[in-house]
Design a protein around this ligand. Sequence first.
Ligand code: COA
Length: 386
Amino acid sequence: MNEYLPGLEGVPATKSNISDIDGERGILSYRGYPIEQLAEHSTFEETTLLLLDGELPRAEELALFDEQIRRNRRVKFNIRTLMKALPATGHPMEMLQTAVASLGMFYPGSECLTGGDACTELDYVHNMTVKIIARMPVLVAMWEQIRNGYDPIEPRTDLSYSANFLYMMTGEEPDDLLAEILDKCLILHAEHTINASTFAALVAGSTLASPYGVVAAAIGTLSGPLHGGANEKVVHMLREIGSPENVRPWLEKKLARKEKIWGMGHREYKVKDPRAKILQQMVEDLMARRGGKVSSLFEIALALEEAAAERLGPKGVYPNVDFYSGILYDEMGIPTDQFTSIFAVARSAGWLAHWREQLGDNRIFRPTQVYTGHPLRDYVPPAERG
Ligand code: COA
């Protein structure tokens, strides 16, 4: 096949049985389970094990995994020293990429990645996966303290994954409702077929790079505003619009300049992203639980969705996962520039599930190109160049 398809649109990059999208009907499933049911009934810990192992775990399997995650939360103090050396003004996603890559030096264990059977041994893959997934939220929360001039707060083993993250972010006893909301958000963001960051993880994994290198490559890829970085952009955009009355003139101006409306559009979905529907409902529920006062960002978002449906709907451009998630995080008091880090925490489950799948049937990614450069020619010494 010699045809070049920009953005590899429609080109299968792998075979996978982890998740599936029906972009016409707006359906997302993990291992066959609809995302709505997982968000309603599961926990992030359970969903992670589902993604990794392929089946919903039995109670004792889940308890063991939960225990492993809790026991792997602490990080060596030199990681804290390393993070303290980073500029407090730096973006949390760049910190996270640096910190995750550094884990490979503090918790090594990639020696068996030789292409033989050892690297596909489940114990090895599982242990490395636990080491990373357990520490992702810890690194994000440590940075929140460090960049504000404080020592990080020690993780606790008596709290769930989401509750411990909120505790380490704030130093306060986590609110049950907020921990539950965060947990649902993590489930919704945990996996999404072969998106750009998962593809980056696959490419890195196919070279037998360490899982820390795999996840660091994926974090860098997720950070861009066309991918996970859009959730932060959405909230800045809504603040810039300022009020629902400004939506239509603002939208017309943006579209006339061919600029992107953040949090809208998707390569796979031609209808509203099912995760956006759930997140929108979660914003409404949270506001109802808090006495019904509607945030101005939410009002602007609703007006923008309506106006954009008229202008962009015919192109199949509707809200994606990033359109309402930022409003929810904002309501939860999470700093705007940490939104994408939370996305990365959740997606580490999907990245590592794909890493495991890739190792199980690995061949290095080495695509070809359509060469558009000069034909062969002879070198000319500087003095003879015209
Ligand atoms: N705002 C305005 N127009 C958009 C748009 C958006 N967010 N998303 C897509 N479109 C338009 C494009 O301009 C294009 O129009 P045209 O055919 O008249 O040129 C058409 O819809 C197809 O878009 P295209 O950019 O080719 O889609 P893609 O599959 O390459 O890109 C995204 C997908 C997600 C990168 C793109 O929709 C986007 O940039 N969205 C905003 C960023 C974002 O929210 N990313 C998070 C994704 S979860």
